[in-house]
Design a protein around this ligand. Structure first.
Ligand code: NAG
Ligand code: NAG
Length: 234
């Protein structure tokens, strides 16, 4: 007995075991069996014959929209960074954009200040048409996701941190790895978020010393990361 025959056989048993009342059930005749066979065979073959929906090849996908970009002459931007969106993206002087960092202006414009560092696989996306502003001396580490309205000067966003849509983060804050800031949240200047969401204000430490340190990091990165600004200007 073939696969279809077995299927038919078991369906028949099922019908019989349900004990359908004779006034509603069709009498089982050779012709209903034949119809049944035809249907099961068609279904069976059909299900085998339906081809898998073909996956669109990358070349068939619509290209990501290219934003208008304003990139300062002195920036370092890896060829492997990605800038997509419909709204303008501005990047200030001496800012470093690592390979595989993503800047997405689909929802609104993005402005990044001077001496910022945007690390590998960090994602920076404007929350809405009012845009996202990252002030100067901001360091955004690997895998961070920033959808804030604003990130204040001198703030460090460490590995894997998520800043929700429209949040406002003050100046000189430090958000330690994997912490999360909720949508529309406001974080005061000089806040340190550590551990699992614990917070304190830390106004110790010199702002100038921190700036100098960031400038040194930027200088070092300029030697390390091959830059291709022209790729994004066309
Ligand atoms: C079943 O299919 C065959 C050929 O595919 C056809 O000749 C026959 O009439 C069909 N039988 C019924 C009951 O539909
Ligand atoms: C920069 O990118 C452009 C466009 O992709 C390319 O033609 C050019 O060769 C690249 N320049 C360098 C120095 O890699």
């Amino acid at each position: 007995m073939g696969a279809c025959g077995k299927l038919e056989h078991s369906l028949l048993h099922l019908l019989l075991s349900l004990g359908l009342p004779s006034n509603t059930a069709q009498p089982i005749t050779t012709s209903t069996l034949a119809t049944h066979r035809n249907i099961t065979e068609t279904c069976f073959q059909g299900s085998l014959a339906v081809p898998m929906a073909p996956k669109p090849r990358p070349s068939e996908l619509p290209p990501a929209p290219k934003p208008v970009v304003h990139l300062a002459q002195s920036i370092v931007i890896s060829e492997q960074a990605s800038l997509t969106g419909n709204f303008p993206i501005r990047v200030g002087q001496h800012t470093v954009i690592h390979p595989r960092a993503k800047l997405n202006s689909l929802a609104g414009p993005i402005t990044i200040g001077d001496f910022c560092i945007v690390s590998e696989r960090a994602l920076i996306a404007a929350p809405d048409q009012d845009g996202l502003e990252i002030e100067s001396y901001v360091v955004i580490e690997t895998n961070a996701v920033v959808e804030a309205r604003r990130v204040g000067e001198g703030t460090t966003v460490e590995v894997g941190v998520k800043i929700g849509k429209g949040a406002v983060v003050g100046s000189n804050c430090k958000i330690t790895p994997l912490n999360k800031i909720e949508e529309s949240e406001i974080v005061d200047d000089s806040t340190v978020i550590y551990g699992v969401g614990q917070r304190r204000i830390d106004i110790s430490g010199s702002r100038d010393a921190r700036r100098k340190l960031t400038e040194k990091q930027v200088e070092a990165l300029k030697q390390l990361i091959p830059s291709n600004r022209t790729k994004f200007m066309s």
